[in-house]
Ligand binder design. Sequence first.
Ligand SMILES: NC(=O)c1ccc[n+]([C@@H]2O[C@H](COP(=O)([O-])OP(=O)(O)OC[C@H]3O[C@@H](n4cnc5c(N)ncnc54)[C@H](O)[C@@H]3O)[C@@H](O)[C@H]2O)c1
Length: 386
Amino acid sequence: MAEHRLGIIMHGITGRMGLNQHLIRSIAGIIKEGGVSLSNGDKVMPDPLLLGRDLKKLSQVANENSIKRFTDDYQAAFKSSEDTLFFDAGSTQMRPSLLLQAIEANKNIYCEKPLGLKLDDAIAICTAAKKRGLKTGIVQDKLFLPGLLKLRTLIDSGSLGKILSLKIDFGYWVFDGETHPAQRPSWNYQKENGGGIIFDMMSHWQYILDNLISPVTAVSCLGVNHIRARRDENNQSYQADADDAAYVTVELEGGAIAQINSSWCTRVYRDDLAFFQVDGTKGSAVAGLTSCKYQSMENTPTPVWNPDEPQAVNFYKQWKEVEGQGKYDNAFKHQWQLFIRHLYEDAPWNHTLEEGVKGVQFAEAAMKSWSDRRWVAINEIDFQHE
Ligand SMILES: NC(=O)c1ccc[n+]([C@@H]2O[C@H](COP(=O)([O-])OP(=O)(O)OC[C@H]3O[C@@H](n4cnc5c(N)ncnc54)[C@H](O)[C@@H]3O)[C@@H](O)[C@H]2O)c1
């Protein structure tokens, strides 16, 4: 049994996602567990090189997580022959140019979503990586959430019959910084810094719809900038000019319709921060991040509309909890393990940069729909047009 060292340049690990999900929960977690096991019994042990602008912050993160290597020298990091994988969880706006530099330096690529803020940029990155024969991956963590794994098993089993429609209700109140500190980075609310909920969330909805039901074929989107002024990390007020809610309808291949609300300006009155309802001819299912419930045809009630009396039916009672398969690991960590196996033993992997391009295409189409106030078709992507 051999141990293989995987040198990973990790960028953006002082940020919210990079630090909590990718460094602490995923890579440090994998190191603590003794690496990723391959099918022949070998182990792959990640050896991260933390990369960023601020040496002080990097050194603190490195110390807290028992990581030896960190640097603010981007060019030296790209040149390092010890590190064959580049990972990015920096701000979305920086991603295309960083990934292109890493690809030039022949690094395999794994990155957060969205792949970029323009379809052409995303296609260019993908094409450059393909030309060099690099292995690539994009984070599609929601597919590995227990709630969605259970929902997917239910859909795939045919228990819901033909899927007719899907509703996604996502969001929570993000404080503007006046009464409580904002719980998301200020760039999310600034157009010039690549903010906006449409690019942030449509890239998730695209792969969820595509993987659970069928590919998207057209989108109608109304974006809104509800809250126009916020306070940043330094308590300075700024103009929040990016979309902070989007009200979207989507057509899917095969005829199913999805209605999706995404909002940072709503208060939660549902079971979870994201809630999914799928209605099919034989049954319906609802899922949050961890749980999933199912209502079959035989458990479907026959409600009577009678506004003169309080509602007599408890509509939550006819839903049965879908049992999972034991304990689920962190979704980000699970995807990292799959990607590392893909790197070393070509294990199946569906989350390539090409899939990431589709997320950008969907977000761009939603933006166009909003600005033109019309439906926009989602066509097959032409990877040659580079
Ligand atoms: N998969 C998910 O569920 C999910 C959730 C939230 C965010 N994201 C994605 O993760 C990425 C990061 O989001 P976040 O919320 O962690 O943001 P963040 O602002 O908390 O972190 C951004 C990171 O990039 C670094 N950075 C920013 N500007 C830089 C610059 N000019 N030079 C060098 N470094 C710079 C910051 O120091 C920080 O380490 C985004 O692309 C976002 O779309 C994914």
